[in-house]
Design a protein around this ligand. Structure first.
Ligand code: NAD
Ligand code: SER
Length: 314
């Protein structure tokens, strides 16, 4: 039986697009999608209903499909996690342990686990945030990502686990909906612009955050997993940069395509989360170690989002 790849949390914003691209590259039957939720799109390959907190169920799926690589995407994101801190900690940490332990036991060979810009906090330098800097996250989500990074590096150094990780910025795509983050506005704004011509933003006009178009994020994810082992010098998590912008700037970009579009602002609890995060990220280690470079800027991303969403959203 051939070796397969398992994506856990495949029905979410990233998983939906990652599974599609992995299947393009490795073949439909060689990529197993799994989630506690039904997929957002029709599946071209196997799908397993899997709760990542259930170790026995995980092992059964891994053995049934001869899984050797795992992409672990199941998590509670920043906004949802603040509403249920204890469960966020349980899900975000125990999911990681369940997968890292399979690798430690030699059952799987390689693991991808994403960290986030949320790993930084209010005391981190906000501009050109370096790979190594002050990290005092103030959200339960950020704390879980910081702890996760430490555990990834520990499992690599202590047990030789081949775990690879990226600190994703906020991700923007048209194929799937986001799942409860602070950067979700940057997806919703496109949907509302096309459907209603207006958007009420929960962040203020000048809140600059690091963001990235989904196709760049998928490219980076597969690129770091395919890189030779010796190139992966950072085993906590790599900084990754795409585009940085604020709500006013993205609204102005949308107006180039939809001139009547209007935006208004009403901050909610997510403003405080956003204020604790960096504005721009220095990702020179990812560039040097595994040849990372993004393709999309604000202009090309917005044009692509609007063109594709107009075909889908009614
Ligand atoms: P999402 O919320 O859209 O998807 C997560 C998926 O995990 C959901 O489909 C959910 O049903 C599933 N899930 C939840 N609990 C589960 C369980 N017990 N067992 C199995 N599946 C379960 O999240 P996303 O945006 O796709 O993010 C994926 C990963 O990337 C997360 O670790 C997140 O922290 C990280 N990340 C995302 C972004 C972003 O902007 N989307 C940015 C930085 C980091
Ligand atoms: N996009 C994510 C969030 O807002 C960042 O990790 O939670």
């Amino acid at each position: 039986m051939s070796e397969t790849i398992l994506v856990i949390g495949s029905s979410g914003q990233i998983g939906t697009e990652l599974v599609e691209e992995l299947r393009n590259q490795y073949g439909n039957d060689n990529v197993v999608a799994s989630d506690i939720k039904e997929p957002q799109t029709p599946q071209k390959g196997p799908f397993e209903a899997l709760d990542i907190l259930n170790k026995e169920q995980l092992l059964k799926v891994v053995e049934r499909h001869n899984v050797k690589e795992v992409y672990l995407l199941a998590a509670l994101l920043s906004a949802t996690a603040e509403k249920n801190p204890e469960f966020a900690w349980e899900l975000n940490m125990n999911s990681l342990f369940n997968v890292l332990n399979l690798a430690k036991d030699g059952i799987i060979k390689k693991v991808f686990w994403p960290s986030s810009i949320a790993v930084f906090g209010p005391t981190t330098p906000k501009k050109d945030t370096p790979q190594y800097t002050i990290m005092e996250p103030s959200t339960v989500y950020g704390i879980s990502k910081q702890a996760g990074e430490r555990w990834c590096e520990y499992y690599y150094k202590k047990y030789g686990v081949d775990v690879r990780s990226i600190r994703y910025p906020g991700l923007i795509g048209y194929k799937s909906l986001p799942g409860g983050g602070t950067t979700d506005y940057a997806v919703d704004i496109f949907h509302q612009a096309i459907k209603h011509g207006e958007y009420k933003c929960f962040l203020n006009a000048t809140t600059t955050l690091p963001m990235m178009y989904m196709s760049d994020a998928i490219k980076a994810t597969i690129q770091i997993m395919q890189a030779p082992k010796e190139n992966i010098k950072i085993r906590s998590s790599y900084n990754l940069a795409g585009i940085s912008f604020n709500p006013e700037e993205i609204a102005n970009e949308i107006k180039k395509h939809i001139p009547t579009f209007t935006i208004s602002y009403k901050e909610d609890f997510r403003q405080k989360i956003a204020d604790s995060w960096p504005q721009t990220i220095n990702d020179k280690d990812a560039q040097e170690d595994w040849n990372w470079s993004p393709e999309y800027n604000l202009e090309t991303m917005s044009a692509n989002m609007i063109k594709n969403l107009k075909l889908i959203v009614t």
